[in-house]
Ligand binder design. Sequence first.
Ligand code: TYM
Length: 332
Amino acid sequence: MLNEQLVSYSGVQPSGNLTIGNYLGAIKNFSLYSEKYKTFYCVVDEHAITVRQIPADLRRRTYETLALYVACGLDPEKNTLYVQSHVHEHAELAWILNCFTGFGELSRMTQFKDKSTKHADNINAGLFTYPTLMAADILLYQTDVVPVGIDQKQHVELCRDIAERFNQVYPGSFTVPEPIISKSGMKIMSLADPTKKMSKSDENTNAVVYILDDKDTIIRKFKRAVTDSDTCVRFAEGKDGINNLITIYSCFTGKTIEDIEREFDGKGYGDFKLAVGEACADALAPVQTKFKELTADKTYLESLMKKGAEEASYYARRTLGKIQKKLGFVKI
Ligand code: TYM
């Protein structure tokens, strides 16, 4: 809590073009908190460099991710939208939290294990301590809720453990946050391999629908989506591909699984895939229009970055100062 107000905090890495997984699992849900919570949504560029980035791409995607926040409905007047590297307190608190986090805890993180397999030539210390920087992001703002997809649940749980451990030694330091995972869009799967999460870093671009894909591309990708040899549109065990498409259709249209099964009763997969593609493209069209407008005005985006960094810094400074004092650091 900050000033008696509940806080919602989340972040997205500008490490690739954002997907409908990022949208349905996270960004779309961020605005649910704008009215009643104090909200901070961050573009986490420091996390992104745990994997090698091309500087020009990272810079462009940082602007684009901020623009997407706004295009997806986050009003910069009601939400603090900012870039992680603009608030130096994140890296400073991360160091402190590293000293309260076990080697064993970090070794158990599935994202670390996955990424070390994928980037075997670059298993750097940043990749290993990624979750303590994420804990610093969250704890600096005395966060109550963290809306994320299910893949980030383990990191938020570790953040809770770190906060509780720290509070035991230094009472009253941090609010202990709760992960909030939306029931429907928590794990959107790859269109090429529906047992795998849809990921912005997937090399097979046909497996992934990007928020900025045009209508024809979206429809083409859904048409090619891997399904099964059955022909009946119903949500059932062993039908991962169809289950994923039903989930996506449900998220974009607000229809329940039962409604969808009824709507496509007697129709084939071809009709269903076309309907999913159209619903997705129609829902994303206004986001894309707004995104184009915003990215044409770099000065405006920079003014948002500056305003967000100032707002976030105020609270980050306050928490870090309090923690440094508790630890016994000398203030001059
Ligand atoms: P990132 O950039 O990988 O993903 C951003 C958000 O999108 C969600 N997500 C998905 N949800 C459903 N289905 C999918 N296929 C899918 N793919 C991604 C993620 O769960 C996430 O919520 N570590 C975080 C970024 C971060 C952060 C934070 C989040 C840094 N600091 C503090 C919350 C609070 C990450 O890698 O997200």
